[in-house]
Design a protein around this ligand. Structure first.
Ligand code: EPZ
Length: 417
């Protein structure tokens, strides 16, 4: 098993290049199933999740080849409509093949995605969207089977602005007959990136980034070349690392507009954030003020930044309240932070954090990728050595995190046990 060994580190300094967005590249890779021919996706992050989604596509007879940060996808002949459990269970985002495969083949059989550490992760809104477009859906033996004699455009209202349900709906509607309007759609930047990819394949998606998205179905889509947007959550994680440990760091390849809620909260905490020609510069003395956080759908404060922020608030001056409104069980990092001396009390979906002057290193474990990243940040600040097991969670969403942090002066190493 892999683990990270992190020691108390000096203030961070230097430059870090942010990788392509995990949560943008995954739906874009599944959307390539809509097209015929070759697509080239650029700025691919080197993540385990990207390897898994490529395995899923290979299972359908699609050829994928990665050359450095480029991914070549050849969708000439799709030889299967089934996504088996052993692949889907590895990563929930595999469920994003549902929409494109149904639209392309008229039939798909996919294992129900498992839950995960942060919640049950239901799929009712995905199914509601596909049924609205004319899919017949049956559930049984842990599988979903969807068939259609031809998807037809329709109006879809999402009870919650689910990112994945919005993405599956857009991908299905792209090849449907007629116009689809998705209301109460997710507005995340990754939705805009997906829409841009589909439009560059010859699709017609308008309004991405707002709560109402209009898709005019076309008869066919062809392969294209697309460069993925930077990962706003990786960027936010490095901003918080600098805020927490102190230092002066320049983040390259960042779209600051995607980070407004994180930027606002860090400035409120007393961190200096400046736009510079190649990205943003973060300057901090490592002792920030307590702030309150409430996670919300975009453009609100992102739930994926809740755990890293909680690590920061554990050593802030004063008391903070964090409310997690998106997932029902996204406080798994709290028990681990408390083992390091953090003073955190959970009451339902709220956590009350009394900032401490210091944390102490110990053995802890990552429970999901963002919680794992939060524990690394805490380890950089804590006295002594912190050993974080289950590091594979972190590798799912952060490319070479220990190398990027070491280049900024952090004392961190990867160990195989
Ligand atoms: C995406 O997950 C991201 N994953 C998550 O990032 C992110 O936390 C989440 O959006 C919210 O921003 C990818 O993009 C691959 P949702 P997704 O559907 O699409 C409920 C990370 O760390 N819901 O917006 O699964 C659901 O229970 C990961 O990178 C339904 O009720 O998120 C949850 O409470 C973690 N019914 C809320 O919506 C549904 O049919 C948000 O889920 C679907 C969702």
């Amino acid at each position: 098993m892999t683990r990270f060994v992190v020691s108390q580190s000096p203030p961070l300094s230097g430059r870090v290049k942010i990788s392509g967005s995990k949560n943008s590249v995954l739906p874009i890779i599944t959307a390539s199933l809509l097209s015929e021919g070759r697509s080239i996706i650029e700025d691919i992050p080197a993540l385990e999740d990207v390897n898994v989604i490529c395995d899923v596509l290979n299972n359908f007879g699609v050829k994928t080849q990665r050359v450095n940060s480029k991914l070549f996808i050849d969708v000439d002949d799709i030889t299967s409509y089934q996504a088996p459990y052993e692949l889907v269970r590895k990563m929930r985002a595999s469920f994003l093949v549902l929409g494109p495969l149904l639209a392309r083949l008229g039939r798909v059989k996919i294992s129900l995605p498992g839950g995960c550490a942060i919640g049950t992760r239901p799929i009712d809104l995905h199914l509601k969207a596909l049924r609205a477009l004319g899919a017949d859906i049956s559930l049984g033996h842990g599988y979903i089977e969807a068939t259609t004699r031809g998807l037809k455009g329709n109006r879809i209202y999402l009870d919650f602005p689910s990112v994945g349900a919005t993405e599956n709906a857009i991908m299905s509607a792209a090849l449907a007959d007629g116009v689809t309007v998705i209301e109460n759609a997710a507005e995340e930047p990754e939705i805009i990136d997906l829409a841009n990819f589909i439009n560059s394949m010859g699709g017609n998606v308008k309004g991405a980034g707002t709560d109402t998205i209009k898709i005019e179905g076309v008869s066919r889509l062809k392969g294209t070349t697309h460069s993925v947007i930077p990962d706003r959550i990786e960027a936010g994680t490095f901003m918080v690392a600098t805020a927490m440990n102190g230092g002066d760091v320049i983040l390259e390849n960042v779209i600051i507009d995607h980070l407004k809620p994180v930027e606002a909260k860090l400035k409120e905490a007393g961190v200096e954030i400046l736009e510079v020609p190649c990205g943003i510069r973060v300057v901090s003395n490592g002792r920030v003020k307590a702030v309150d956080i409430k996670t919300l759908p975009y453009p609100g404060f992102p739930t994926d930044m809740q755990a890293p922020m909680m690590a920061l608030l554990s050593v802030a001056r004063g008391t903070s309240i964090v409310i997690e409104t998106i997932f029902e069980n996204r406080f798994m990092h709290v028990a681990e932070l408390k083992r390091m001396g953090a003073n955190i009390k959970i009451e339902g979906r709220s956590a009350i954090i009394e900032g401490r002057k210091k944390l102490t290193g110990t053995h802890i474990q990552a429970t999901d990728l963002r919680a794992g990243a939060a524990l690394i940040l805490a380890g950089l600040k804590a006295q002594g050595e912190t050993v974080i097991s289950n590091a594979y969670h972190i590798d799912r969403g952060y490319e070479r995190i220990e190398q990027k942090l070491s280049a900024l002066g952090a004392v961190i190493r990867r160990e195989q046990t």
